[in-house]
Ligand binder design. Structure first.
Ligand code: PLP
Length: 456
């Protein structure tokens, strides 16, 4: 067997990692970890450390690690037929069955699913769908997309443009000019502290109206949003937010793309985030929970309204010129089928709706009064702890102090993985949906001890 030292050397010499300080990694200055096995909510690294993964990888291993049913389904599919493409109407039993299972779970007004590989490429597809849609409807100028600051929609060229986080734009010449960002529905960070949640939601809606008026409604094709902000800080929408936003989109004939990459398949304690917040999207993005990351797979779900125009488009123009070699890959589809069956049989949506709020509540009880905890928030199996230097002014720490990475490191030494969210002093939690209450307690204890170690 390879030694850890040999692997670490190859890693530094040859492996360019995503979202990583490349120079520090190559010089061996940044802590990495080589993961070996996983079971339930727990992973074990090659040094023999067992850690409770309270971020489910990248909020994707929803069913937990080590599920043999999914491994068997993948192996069976690979033995029977590892690959066939989906172009020109081809399919496999697995890909057709998964499309049926997805649409069975999607809201009633949705029509079909197009399968991709990950959340970023699904959002690239979505923007092409929206542009195609408006070209077929004879309004070629209606092409701009409105996203929100602090959104995360991926890191491709268009999906990275839709993302509203500086790290994913700077030095990449993004965002593209066709994308505009509007106010983030982040109540804790509102400019006017006297506003109630409802007033702040009204402000977000007024800002959106103003942006649409400035750009011209006839130039805006779609509004893209995560039903609840994820990577931008794990922030539930303030009261009245969606009720204020959706009528504006309807009034200006702007399509709604709900990016359900994190919220899809149970994370909020409901099958999808859109019905959870009363949204009726025109397009939905799915990934992560579709296969619980046992294989790469994503999807773009289109509504009846969008589908009707796609039909018209191909009748008028011939085949739809969009596809990836690995669209609807049978191994991903087999993983998806086995995964969704487990989500049902293990009652994971219900568990997320019960243990998730327990985790947030217990965290708030343990930390809510701490001098450096500004806010504990969450929804379903998503929790965040926002740290501040000063509770009264909400002033943050200097980025160079790396307070949250230090806390995450102190937690890892106690056997629990949380995520330092990329922008702001925010600890993020998105455990597998099978988390138990006992495991939630372990996460809270490790957090409290780590915060005490770093901040007193
Ligand atoms: N959309 C959302 C809401 C996400 O959280 C993510 C990834 O975290 C993506 C899209 C991008 O997905 P991927 O990393 O699979 O490309």
């Amino acid at each position: 067997m390879l030694t850890n030292d040999q692997l670490a050397k190859w890693d530094r010499d040859h492996f360019m990692h995503p979202t990583t300080h490349l120079a520090q990694h190559a010089r061996g200055e940044a802590a990495g970890r080589i993961i070996k096995t996983g079971e339930g909510c727990w992973i074990t690294d090659r040094d023999g450390n067992r850690l409770l993964d309270a971020f489910a990888g990248l909020y994707c291993v929803n069913i937990g690690y080590g599920r043999q049913e999914v491994a068997e389904a993948i192996a069976d599919q690979a033995r029977e037929l590892a690959y066939y493409h989906a172009y020109v109407g081809h399919g496999t039993e697995a890909s057709i069955t998964l499309s049926h299972m997805v649409m069975d779970r999607a809201p009633d007004h949705m029509s079909k699913v197009y399968f991709g590989l990950g959340g970023s490429d699904a959002n690239e597809t979505n923007i092409k769908l929206v542009w195609y849609y408006n070209n077929i409807l004879g309004r070629p100028q209606k092409k701009k997309i409105i996203s929100r600051w602090r959104a995360y929609h991926g890191s491709g060229l268009m999906s990275g443009s839709l993302t509203g986080l500086a790290l994913f734009h700077q030095k990449f010449d993004l965002p593209f000019d066709t994308v505009r960002h509007t106010t983030s529905p982040y109540y804790y960070r509102r400019a006017d502290v006297t506003q109630t949640e409802e007033q702040f939601s009204a402000q977000c809606a007024a800002d959106l109206e103003e942006l649409i008026a400035k750009e011209g409604a006839d130039t805006i094709a779609a509004f893209i949003a995560e039903p609840m902000l994820g990577t931008g800080g794990i922030v539930p929408p303030p009261k009245g937010y969606w009720e204020a936003i959706t009528p504006i989109l309807e009034k200006h004939d702007i399509l709604l793309i709900a990016d359900e990459v994190v919220t899809g398949f149970g994370r909020l304690g409901s099958m999808f985030g859109s019905p959870h917040y009363g949204l009726k999207p025109d397009i939905m993005t799915i990934a992560k929970g579709l296969t619980s990351a046992y294989a790469p797979m994503s999807g773009s779900i289109v509504s009846n309204k969008v589908w009707a125009v796609l039909e018209q488009g191909t009748d008028e123009n011939g085949p739809f010129g969009h596809g990836w070699t690995y669209s609807a890959h049978p191994i991903g589809a087999a993983a998806g089928i086995a995964n969704l069956k487990l989500v049902d049989s293990l009652n994971l949506v219900q568990n997320a709706g019960e243990v998730g709020p327990y985790l947030t509540r217990t965290m708030a009880d343990a930390l809510g009064e701490h001098a450096h905890v500004g806010e504990v928030r969450g929804e379903g199996m998503l929790t965040a702890v926002e740290l501040v230097k000063n509770r009264d002014t909400r002033e943050g720490f200097a980025p160079a102090d790396k307070i949250v990475p230090q806390i995450v490191g102190a937690m890892a030494r106690r056997g629990v993985i949380a995520r330092a969210m990329p922008q702001g002093d925010i600890l993020g939690y998105a455990p597998p949906l099978c988390l138990s209450r006992g495991e939630a307690d372990t996460v809270v204890t490790a957090t409290a001890e780590a915060i005490a170690e770093v901040l007193g």
